[in-house]
Design a protein around this ligand. Structure first.
Ligand SMILES: Cc1cc2nc3c(=O)[nH]c(=O)nc-3n(C[C@H](O)[C@H](O)[C@H](O)COP(=O)(O)O)c2cc1C
Length: 403
């Protein structure tokens, strides 16, 4: 079983990731991890902090001569902004003269965190609940991504809408109709989306989306949106219906919902299936080129908690950024009086980045279930197990499943 932990505060010295459980001999480079970290930082609508950070990973352990060695992998990502926060984030001083934060921002973790952890300074909540932590997750997810790529599995994403302006609904419908996807489509989708500053595939709506972000910015407001994740090349048989916590769909939903500000997740046609006749929803099974396939992919590549062998398709919704420069009402926790919420440098929208972070989480879940099924202490052993399963599967299809 693979697992990872992250540590670090938004304006602390650094973020740390520890990844454990991957087989040895997976090729992975700093350049590849940095590439994914860069993708997380881009997108129109982010704050000036992104210009300060330009994330870069330091590999501390678990990788030697460009390959995993089976030991815990640890990463460090420096917070370049820390130099400006050394006083505020000091670990050893007893106190800091600057005022403590006592006005929680609605929609953020400020009030709940300050209440739950018995703080008198919301800074303690703000620092860890910030989405800065997701840089550390992307580093972990990149190990998973690289592992999957060795088996021809590619995870990608695109932004479908921002602030209610949809760009790619047609493409989403096409995906569910099982059209135009190859093994590498997951990667191609992201390469194309990355060409757009808001990560949309259809440029006709890019300008409209950007002008909506500009107008939100001007009026001191923020925006959310929806994005789609696609994993191609996924083999049949990942996940299980044998127990609730082994279902791939529930694991995916949980991990994507764990990304800051994500408020909804659908697998395949999701909520829309509830409005349709069964005949429009269930994907007819066909045998094509000695393989089971489905005429459509409304299930998003998962039936009974197990992958069907079709692309895994997930759609998610991100709420608007919580910090508004046009303040909402709040309560000052020191005076207990009604006040306007405070403002702290912030993004106006971060849907493009959120999609990249969610890609990492999807890669993580798929790698986890892949290793549960195929195991292996070295990548060679995992490959042997995978190839043996695939060979037997095709033999069964050829001969019929009768024993
Ligand atoms: C990539 C990314 C960037 C974010 N940037 C900000 C930000 O600059 N300001 C802010 O208030 N919230 C931002 N958020 C959202 C908060 O992290 C999130 O709303 C907060 O952690 C509360 O958690 P919840 O929305 O999951 O309840 C961002 C989220 C993501 C995924």
């Amino acid at each position: 079983m693979i697992r990872f932990l992250t540590a670090g505060e938004s304006h602390g010295k650094a973020l740390v990731t520890i990844v454990e459980g991957f087989p040895s001999n997976i090729p992975i480079s700093k350049t590849y991890i940095d590439h994914q970290l860069k993708r997380r930082q881009e997108g129109y609508g982010r704050s000036a902090r992104m210009k300060i950070e330009s994330d870069s990973v330091q590999i501390l352990s678990g990788i030697r001569f460009g390959k995993t060695i089976g030991s815990p992998i640890s990463f460090l990502i420096e917070n370049k902004d820390w130099v400006n926060w050394q006083e505020i984030m000091n670990a050893e001083k007893k106190s800091f003269s600057q005022n403590k934060i006592s006005v929680p921002r609605p929609g953020h973790a400020d009030l709940v965190g300050t209440t739950k952890y018995n703080f008198d300074d919301s800074r303690n909540s703000i620092e860890r609940s910030s989405a800065r932590e997701t840089a550390a997750r992307v580093a972990a997810g990149t190990v998973a991504r690289k592992f999957l790529e060795g088996f021809g599995i590619f995870v990608g994403s695109f932004v479908e809408s921002i602030g209610g302006i949809y760009s790619d609904t047609d493409y989403f419908v096409q995906l569910l109709n099982n059209k135009s996807l190859t093994k590498k489509s997951g990667q191609d989708i992201s390469i194309n989306a990355d060409k757009s500053s808001v990560r949309v595939l259809n440029n006709t709506h890019e300008k409209k989306i950007i002008s909506k972000i500009k107008s939100a910015k001007k009026s001191g407001d923020t925006l959310g949106g929806t994005f789609v994740l696609v994993a191609t090349g996924v083999p049949v048989g990942l996940g299980s219906f044998m127990h609730y916590d082994r279902k791939l769909n529930s694991d995916i939903a949980g991990e994507i919902m764990s990304v800051n500000a994500v408020k909804g997740v659908e697998i395949g046609d999701g909520f829309k299936t509830a409005e349709e006749f069964g005949s429009n929803v269930h994907d007819e099974t066909v045998l094509e080129q000695n393989k089971f396939s489905r005429r459509t992919n409304h299930s998003g590549g998962i039936e009974g908690g197990i992958t069907t062998g079709l692309p895994v398709i997930v759609r998610a919704a991100m709420k608007p950024i919580s910090t508004l420069s046009k303040p909402l009402n709040s309560v000052d926790l020191s005076s207990m009086k009604k006040v306007s919420s405070r403002y702290e440098r912030s993004d106006f929208t971060a849907v493009p980045s959120c999609a990249v972070i969610a890609e990492s989480m999807l890669a993580w879940v798929l790698a986890k279930h892949f290793l549960i099924k195929f195991g292996g202490d070295s990548i060679e052993e995992t490959k042997d197990n995978y190839n043996s399963f695939t060979r037997k599967y095709y033999q069964r299809i050829k001969k019929g499943f009768k024993k």
